[in-house]
Design a protein around this ligand. Structure first.
Ligand SMILES: *Cc1c(COP(=O)(O)O)cnc(C)c1O
Length: 361
């Protein structure tokens, strides 16, 4: 086996090494079945145990009661952009959105396409999405308020979630789910493409409060109804077995090795403090997000010139650090430091950044 690198990719992203090793160890013969988990029937007890375990772990980690369902839906987070208004909009009532970047913009577009009365009640577009809006007024009869908890591309994150009173929050948590504890009560629906913080790509975890299921209209295609997935434990059709199996191992690692979300949150705070303090103390690197809006998951920064940024990314790779290039739409540099990138990875990155600055600064 070759050397592993420090992987700062935004998504698909680093997975915990113990998870990969566990997959490797049981790949050819899953728990005495004589088959891999990719080859067993999704109707078998082997897979049933996997998906039920993943649901139960999610509920334990997030402290969810029986009033929530945990679903796995193919199509990534992007399919959720359209399923949400399809299922959760209500007649003659607006749907509220807060626009904090590329992914929120895409979510808004899909609600617009369906002819919903979309109210963008706040946006940080005026400053290139470099901050999280502080003031907004929720429409008093909104069907829901949608926001993006962590903006993977712009490197901003809600430190405290918006307050919409009784109006259910709907949140794209693709890039920071399971990174910290939070109170789930105000949320009607939470969704996350798995490939940032909890697994491989291709499936979204969807956490839905059961009362929201009553909103699904009858006349939707079966595969676009939350009720279809809820009624069949996400197995109306063949689910992404390998993805769900991997998610379950990541959740097990979170529970049993890390010790839960309180602990994970602390570690992520410490990682963020280390790298942002370093950037703030340097006259060479510049963080792009406003201080009170910075993401603990995606650290976006600039160097004095684009040439230096190119060199930084290339030299980083030579030093065993992958994925430091910013998203193609914004340029600059980005280090994604999700749960699976530990303090060791962030320390190695800061050491490399220190050396690079000495050489080029
Ligand atoms: C990556 C990402 C998405 C898109 O996820 P897909 O699974 O590729 O559809 C949506 N929202 C956020 C916040 C993301 O980071």
């Amino acid at each position: 086996m070759g050397e592993r690198i420090y992987n700062f990719n935004a998504g698909p992203a680093a997975l915990p090494l113990p998870v990969l090793e566990e997959i490797q160890s049981e790949l050819v013969d899953y728990k005495g079945s004589g088959m891999s988990i990719m080859e067993v029937s999704h109707r078998s007890k082997w897979f049933d145990d996997v998906i039920n375990d993943a649901v139960e772990r999610t509920k334990r980690l997030l402290g969810l009661g029986d009033d929530y369902d945990v679903l796995f839906i193919q199509g990534g987070a992007s399919l959720q952009f359209c399923m949400i208004p399809m299922n959760l909009a209500l007649e003659n009532r607006p749907v509220d959105y807060i626009n904090t970047g590329t992914w929120s913009t895409k979510a808004i577009k899909e609600a617009d396409i369906q002819g919903e009365d979309v109210q963008v009640i706040a946006s940080s577009e005026d400053k290139n999405f470099s901050y999280i809006p502080k003031s907004y007024e929720v429409s008093n009869n909104a069907a829901y308020l949608h926001f993006t908890s962590n903006n993977t591309i712009k490197g901003t994150q809600w430190a405290q979630f918006p307050d919409a009173g009784d109006i259910p929050l709907v949140c794209d948590m693709s890039s920071d789910i399971m990174s910290r504890p939070f109170d789930a009560k105000p949320f009607g629906l939470i969704y996350a493409g798995a490939q940032k913080n909890i697994g491989p790509s291709g499936t979204a975890m969807v956490i839905i409060r059961k009362d929201m299921l009553e909103r699904t209209p009858d006349n939707l295609p079966s595969m676009l109804k939350y009720t279809t997935f809820s009624g069949k434990n996400s197995m109306y059709n063949t689910p992404s077995c390998m993805v769900i199996y991997t998610i379950n191992l990541v959740l097990k690692w979170l529970e049993e090795t890390v010790g839960g979300l309180e602990k994970m949150g602390q570690i992520n705070q410490e990682k963020g403090a280390l790298i942002y303090n370093f950037i703030d103390g340097s006259g060479f690197y510049n963080a792009t997000a406003e201080k009170d809006s910075r993401s603990l998951m995606n650290v976006t920064f600039r160097l004095p010139s684009e040439d230096l940024e190119k060199k930084f990314v290339a030299e980083g790779l030579k030093a065993g650090m992958g994925g430091l290039k910013g998203h193609r739409s914004v340029g600059g540099c980005r280090a994604s430091i999700y749960n699976a990138s530990g303090m060791d990875a962030v320390k190695a990155l800061v050491d490399f950044m220190t050396d690079f600055e000495k050489k080029e600064g």
